[in-house]
Every structure is written in C-alpha cells, then in structure tokens.
Design a protein around this ligand. Sequence first.
Ligand code: AMP
Length: 189
Amino acid sequence: MRNVILFGAPGAGKGTQSAIIREKFDFAYISTGEILRAEIKKGSELGKQAEQIINRGELVSDEIIVGMIKSFISENNSKDLLLDGFPRTVKQAEALDEILKTLNRGEAKVVELEVNKDVLMQRLLKRAEIEGRKDDNETTIRERFNQYDAKTAAVADYYKKKNSYISIDGEHGTPEEISVKLIDILKKL
Ligand code: AMP
C-alpha cells in the first residue's frame, strides 16, 4: 500500500493537486486542515479548540493531529493513502512512522511542490478573495510562513535522510501541467 505525503508551504497547491490526483487514482485522502475547518463549522469541541490557533496562523497540537490521522489510517488500511497538510512537524512524522509500522504499511514517500514565497503570498491573497478563508490575510499568512520555516521545513529533511523525498516545481505552469509531473512520480512509487 502506498503512503504518499503531498508536501509544501501554504499555497503551494497541495489541495489543487490532490483534487486532480484523486480523479485518476483511488487514494484514501485526508487533509488535516479541511477536517479542522469542518470541525470549526460544526462548532464541535475540537473546532472550538482549533479555531483561535488556526486564525493566528499557528499549528494545532501534535496530539490532536496525530489522533485524527491514526483513526483515519486505521479506517482506511486497505487503501493507498494521500496525506495533505500532514505531517507538519518532525514529531508528527515520527508518529506517522510508528502508525505505518504497526499497520505493516511500509514507508511514507514525500512529494514536495516547490514554490517561491512571493508567489505563495500572491496565490494566498488571491485565494482569500475566492474562498474567504480567515487565515488567508497578510498577517496570518506571514505567521504561517514562519511556522513553516521553524517547524515544517525540517520534515522535508527528515524524509530526505531516509531517501523518501522527491520535489517538483510547483510554481511554473498550469495546475494541469504540474499534475502531469506529479502523476508521473506517483506511477513510479
Ligand atoms: P491547511 O488547510 O493545510 O493550510 O491548514 C490550515 C491550518 O490548520 C494550519 O495553518 C494549522 O493551523 C492547522 N493544521 C492543519 N494541518 C495541521 C497539522 N498537520 N499540524 C498542525 N496544525 C495543522
């Protein structure tokens, strides 16, 4: 069973590419950000805990996120996995390794969409106009970039050391053109 992590900074196109991939492959898909936004909408206890953190651009606790991922993977253990927005810390990556090992699923592979920060900012501000996400404002975006640099970039190094990391240019070309490169990689994984 494949365990694919679609990796990249906020605005790199993880959600967009996931949607394209899912039309072509039968992946069990989880976006931790989407789940959290749905919980906020529902007004659940988890949503209430996460809302302020997300609106500040900070990261929700590893315990909460790992708990979500653990149940999702257990429920979808017979399928290939596509993870979007997880892991975002080395702790989460280590916890994922544990989960995959326990379930005999083999190693996770990371594909990073590489995009320059200026372009990311432009994309997120444009997305704000279309989707109206509260965390897509300039101040919060800057904090999300800070969190990415401080905590998430190290996740790429973690997988590089295991030889489980590939990156592609996520900046130039249309989403469809970028997806061609991504699909090519997925076929070989
Ligand atoms: P995203 O939709 O992936 O951009 O996530 C939106 C927000 O949800 C992030 O800025 C975090 O506050 C929170 N979040 C999503 N995934 C994670 C994660 N794996 N770890 C911690 N916080 C997360």
